[in-house]
Design a protein around this ligand. Structure first.
Ligand SMILES: [Zn+2]
Length: 56
């Protein structure tokens, strides 16, 4: 299974909402938490303390 398919099923580990596929920009976004979970190659880092804050 590719990362794209995983992202489609993924929920935010913080709030449980569906997340936005922004892999072309380097990660997956939770628009509720305003966090980007960063992908490095095929590895998606879902640790909230490693997430980047999205600009408003
Ligand atoms: Zn969230």
């Amino acid at each position: 299974m590719g990362l794209e398919e995983i992202v489609a099923m993924l929920r935010c580990p913080v709030c449980g909402e569906a997340m936005k596929n922004s892999l072309e920009e380097g990660g997956v976004d939770c628009l509720s938490c305003r966090l980007r979970f960063v992908a490095e190659g095929d590895i998606l880092n879902l640790l909230p303390e490693h997430a980047q804050r999205l600009e408003a």
